[in-house]
Design a protein around this ligand. Structure first.
Ligand SMILES: Nc1ncnc2c1ncn2[C@@H]1O[C@H](COP(=O)(O)OP(=O)(O)OP(=O)(O)O)[C@@H](O)[C@H]1O
Ligand SMILES: [Mg+2]
Length: 232
């Protein structure tokens, strides 16, 4: 479904990604792992067109995405829940959701009532401003906004950062629900162990290179991987 091949990217003269390659199959959950500053967010920004790759390519369902502007990439069916939530603080919950829906083509699976069914708390808070939400509620809103574009692939960059364990578990069960419905998911998260049951495959990034890829069983079965690539 998504194929990233030999991707290189950076900021100005500073190259950050040197060789990133991985694939996501239809309906698969794949994690992008690696220590702080290794290039996970930069990879996501390159996939979404927020950063123009220097070399390599990104294909989604056979369309070449590299070089397209972000709104066109979103229209192809990729929804991003960006690092740091980034909800509109001066718009209400409902306005935040409607603002994203306006960008999409036609109708599809996700509408306001369906996002509210997934996150009843957003329905309760629908008249509140983005700035008045708790961290967990902001994260739910960020996920709801991504879903309103009716993505076939959802990318979550540190969606559970700073959340209490109970709220984090709610986000995991939401992802399980999306997976059961056939959505493909790319997830970046520090809680690797919580992702083992959910994820089909994992990709480890080290200094801008994809250095390892394997199943949850392979990752869990080789503690040296965690020591080498994941522990700080
Ligand atoms: N806007 C920017 N301008 C210049 N350098 C940047 C910019 N954003 C990130 N970098 C640098 O690029 C490198 C990779 O950053 P990136 O955000 O992709 O890492 P990450 O793997 O997502 O880390 P984390 O786990 O901390 O979120 C880091 O060295 C970072 O300092
Ligand atoms: Mg990051």
């Amino acid at each position: 479904m998504l194929a990233v091949r030999n991707l290189q990217a950076g900021y100005g003269a500073a190259q950050v990604l040197f060789d990133i390659s991985f694939e996501i199959g239809r309906g698969e959950v794949v994690t992008l792992l690696g220590r702080n500053g290794m290039g996970k967010t930069t990879t996501v920004r390159s996939i979404m067109g927020l950063l123009r790759p220097k070399a390599g390519e990104v294909r989604f369902e056979e369309s070449l995405l590299s070089g397209l502007p972000p709104y066109r990439i979103a229209q192809h069916g990729i929804g991003l829940v960006p690092e740091g939530r980034q909800v509109f603080p001066t718009l209400t919950v409902e306005e935040n959701l409607a603002a994203t829906a306006a960008n999409r083509k036609g109708t599809g699976r996700w509408t306001l009532p369906e996002v509210y069914a997934l996150f009843p708390r957003l329905h309760e808070r629908r008249g509140n401003l983005g700035s008045q939400l708790s961290g967990g509620e902001q994260q739910m809103l960020a996920i709801g906004r991504a879903l309103m574009t009716n993505p076939r692939l959802v990318i979550l960059d540190e969606a559970t950062e700073g959340l209490a364990p109970l709220i984090r578990a709610e986000i995991w069960s939401c992802l399980k629900h999306l997976k059961d419905e056939g959505h493909a998911i790319l997830v970046i998260d520090k809680n690797v162990d919580a992702l083992l049951p959910l994820a089909d495959r994992h990709v480890i990034i080290e200094k801008g290179r994809s250095v390892w890829s394997g199943s949850s069983a392979e990752l869990a079965g080789d503690p040296s991987l965690k020591d080498r690539f994941l522990h700080v």
